[in-house]
Design a protein around this ligand. Structure first.
Ligand code: AMP
Ligand code: MG
Length: 347
C-alpha cells in the first residue's frame, strides 16, 4: 500500500473514533439530562407526562393542549362534548378525533364479539358510575336498558368524508378506549416534535416512547389489584403501551357485595368471570385499552383463546384467587415481586 492509501485509512479510522466519542458524549449528555414533566388532572384521573431532550418542553405544552382538546370532545359527562351532544341528539357532527376513535373502537367491539361495547352508556348510567349516585339497578330495569345496547347500530360515515356518526337509538361511552387513544395522539406529537424518549402515565395506563435516555428499557410497575399500594412485578419495555383494567379501579359496595365499573354487555351486571385485573402490553394504546376492558369481560379461558388467535399483544391476568398468569412473550421482560409467582401461558 502506498503512502496515500495509508493516510486515507488512518483518516477513516480517526473519523470513526471521533464519531464514536461524539456518540458517547451525546448519550452521556442525555443520560444526565433532567426530565421535563407535566402533571395534570384530566379524564377523571391524574396524568404525568415525562419527556427528555431539548424539544421536550415545547412538545409537552402541545401534549397538554391535546389532552384538554380530547377531553372536551370525548367526555361523557361534559354537556358540550361531542359524545354528550351525540347522546342527547343535539348534533351528529363530531371532531375528526372522535370519529376516528369511534371507528377504531367499533372494530374492537366487532373483534371481541361485543365483550367491548361502546353503546353500554344507558346501562352504565343506571349504575351511576358516570355520576356520583351509584346504585344497583333492578333486573327489569337492566333488561329494558340492554335493548338499547348494540354497537352494530352505530355506523360511522365513510372515511375521509364529513365525520358524522350514524344515528341510531344508541348512546355511547368511550371510557374504555379514550385514554389509550389519547396516549397514541400524545406519542404522535412527541415524535413530530423530535422527542425520542418519553413516558406517559395516564392514570396508571403507561405508554412509553423509545427507551430511557441512557438506552436501557423503561421499567413499569404493574399494580397489585388485591392491594393497590403494592406491585405484582415490574415490566421492562421500550416503545410499548401497558394498559390495565381492574375491578379495583372504580367500585361501590352495597349489602356487603362489591359492584365495579366494567360491565358485561350481555348481562348488564359487572363482569364477573374470575379476573380482578388484566394488563395488556402492545404497540397501540387504543387497542391495548379496548382489549384490556374486553378481556376482563371475557374471563381467563376466552382471553387466552383470544390472545392465541390475535398474536399482536401480550397480557398479564390476575384472578380473584390471587393467581398470576403471563403470556410467554413477557417471560424475559417481567420480574415478579416477592411473594408472587407467574404461571406462563404458551401459544
Ligand atoms: P377501562 O378502565 O379501560 O377498562 O374502561 C372502563 C370504562 O369503560 C368504564 O368506566 C365504562 O365507562 C366503560 N365500560 C365498562 N364496561 C365496558 C364494556 N364492556 N364495553 C365498553 N365500555 C365499557
Ligand atoms: Mg380499556
Amino acid at each position: 500500500m502506498n503512502n496515500i492509501g495509508k493516510k486515507f485509512i488512518s483518516m477513516v479510522v480517526g473519523l470513526a473514533v471521533l464519531a464514536a466519542i461524539l456518540i458517547l458524549v451525546y448519550r452521556a449528555e442525555y443520560a444526565t439530562e433532567e426530565a421535563h414533566t407535566k402533571d395534570m388532572f384530566a379524564m377523571d384521573t391524574y396524568f404525568v407526562l415525562k419527556a427528555y431532550g431539548p424539544e421536550a418542553e415545547t412538545a409537552l405544552e402541545l401534549c397538554e393542549a391535546k389532552v384538554l382538546e380530547l377531553e372536551a370532545a370525548l367526555s361523557v359527562t361534559k354537556a358540550d362534548s361531542d359524545v354528550s351532544k351525540y347522546n342527547n341528539r343535539e348534533s351528529r357532527m363530531v371532531s375528526w378525533d372522535t370519529y376516528t376513535l369511534v371507528e377504531k373502537a367499533l372494530q374492537l367491539c366487532e373483534e371481541t364479539d361485543g365483550a367491548l361495547d361502546i353503546t353500554l352508556y344507558p346501562v352504565q348510567q343506571a349504575w351511576g358510575f358516570t355520576t356520583d349516585s351509584k346504585r344497583v339497578p333492578s333486573h327489569e330495569e337492566l333488561k329494558e336498558l340492554l335493548k338499547k345496547v348494540d354497537y352494530k347500530g352505530l355506523i360511522p360515515s365513510a372515511p375521509g368524508r364529513c365525520p358524522i356518526i350514524g344515528m341510531g337509538e344508541q348512546q355511547i361511552d368511550l371510557g374504555a378506549v379514550a385514554k389509550g387513544y389519547t396516549g397514541d395522539c400524545l406519542l404522535d406529537i412527541l415524535r413530530e416534535q423530535g422527542v425520542t424518549s418519553a413516558m406517559l402515565d395516564l392514570g396508571g395506563n403507561v405508554q412509553v416512547l423509545g427507551s430511557k435516555p441512557d438506552g436501557s428499557p423503561w421499567k413499569v410497575a404493574v399494580r397489585n389489584p388485591l392491594d393497590t399500594s403494592t406491585a405484582i412485578g415490574v415490566l421492562e419495555i421500550s416503545d410499548k403501551a401497558v394498559i390495565t383494567s381492574g375491578s379495583y379501579e372504580r367500585y361501590f359496595e352495597e349489602n356487603g357485595k362489591r359492584y365495579w365499573h366494567i360491565l358485561d354487555p350481555k348481562t348488564g351486571y359487572p363482569a364477573d368471570k374470575g379476573l380482578v385485573s388484566v394488563t395488556v402490553v402492545g404497540e397501540s394504546g387504543v387497542r391495548c385499552d379496548g382489549l384490556s376492558t374486553a378481556l376482563f369481560v371475557m374471563g381467563k379461558k376466552n382471553a387466552v383463546e383470544f390472545w392465541r388467535s390475535a398474536g399482536d399483544f401480550e397480557m398479564l391476568l390476575v384472578t380473584e384467587g390471587g393467581e398470576l398468569y403471563i403470556t410467554e412473550g413477557l417471560q424475559e421482560n417481567f420480574v415478579c415481586s416477592e411473594g408472587w409467582n407467574a404461571e406462563v401461558i404458551n401459544r
